[in-house]
Ligand binder design. Sequence first.
Ligand code: NAP
Length: 491
Amino acid sequence: MVSRVIPVDPFDLVIFGATGDLAQRKILPGLYRRFHAGQMPQGARIIGAARSAMEPEAFREQVRKAIAEFVDRSKIDAKDVETFLECIDYVPVDAMGEGGWAELKDKVQDGRVHAFYFSVAPSLFGPLAERLNEHGIADSEARIVVEKPFGRDLASAKALNATLAAHFEESQIYRIDHYLGKETVQNLMAVRFANILFEPLWNAQYVDHVQITVAETVGVGGRGAYYDKSGAMRDMVQNHLMQLLCLIAMEPPYHFDPDAVRDEKVKVIRALQPVSPADIVRGQYAGVKASETRAAQPGYLEDSENPDSRTESYIALKVHVANWRWQGTPFYLRTGKKLRGRASEIAITFKAPPHSIFDEEDASWPENVLVIRLQPNEGMNLKVMIKEPGPGGMRLVQVPLDMSFAEALGEEGTDIPDAYERLIMDVIRGNQTLFMRGDEVEAAWAWTDPIIAGWEARGDRPRSYDPGSSGPEDALMLMHRDGRRWREIRE
Ligand code: NAP
């Protein structure tokens, strides 16, 4: 199956923070890949902007290096790279000052889609929005793209929403959660709402529980001091895991339309119950002493440069969605750093059949599980029971019906667009379905804030866990006491 590439309308995309890590690692290489795939139309232009004084040619050299480093070799075509670089310009602009704005205004051309990507610290979102308007660079059709983190609590998210709303309509604001740009995440909606098979079973009557796991092998490394102000709850659960939970739990929207989809997601967030302290486990990875087989590794407390830190690098929670569909079906969420493997997945475990017609010894077969893998190897896998092959009577065995998207989509499938590429193309198309709306972000913080305030008031300390493990022991107990088990995190 070959995926179709439909070019978008001609655009001017201004990337503020174009010399930064995100722009160089994700945004610019992603745009090159879209160009190479034929999706970026003739005449589209990318204008880098940051404070660094630099000629456009020097910036193009940076982009050339970023492509060489972050684009798969099979997609690097010398001629394409040169033509792509011709679309690129650069203006030194200071978000906090007046320098560069007149030059930027001259570069942005009329009669095309205008998008402004704020790939800068959130403290600059307000000043950028204000100056874009003041200088008459962004018109009422322009789009702005803002990065996470969108606030650190409800009050700061509200303030940020109010600042952006002073200059732009909600229909112009694209709040990125790159998890929503993943192929599998969108496929989750297709599987649920374009098939009759799953939806009748997609409720508390048939679903025993849901597990959402986002496991990383890396620690907080060089950004420890920054991470220490946030922690796993703010950095991952409030946004990424929450978005996944919403897509699993939401009702069918009346149409695949941005506001219809987001209305349903907001309803899920508002239906989330407060989480009791007994249903929360937080952890910090320990350090490793040097031995014959292992080099020494710093623990979280060293990485964060805060020996007294109470910030979690791991969290597991049991969450309830209090509505008709999900009453009694728990959602277990976990995410952490320095774990055994790198994996992002959702597992929906169905209940056992109500009556067994098979022999007693075979009656305790494992449940059907639908696993939706975001990484590695985006795809889905449904575990079903079949008869074990051979003449040995009716013995049952569980097998996976596996659909790896890379395989299913043939050779082209190995080139599943990166989440950023897809999302930027959606910005140009003016499609907000995969972006968070202001009220959605606020609802997510309104649920998160009291949970964080609770452990701060209690003075809870995160439990230590071994790097390379699946997290603190207590997190295993969170499920064991309910007679359930976490899925294994594989190396
Ligand atoms: P970064 O590497 O520190 O880059 C920041 C960029 O902002 C640089 O290009 C910097 O260039 C520019 N900048 C700083 N002050 C400026 C000013 N006053 N006016 C204009 N430009 C200014 O940061 P990053 O990692 O790319 O992150 C950018 C944003 O994306 C942040 O909000 C971050 O939270 C978010 N994010 C990043 C990642 C990631 O993987 N890196 C992932 C998710 C979200 P000059 O110094 O030349 O001005």
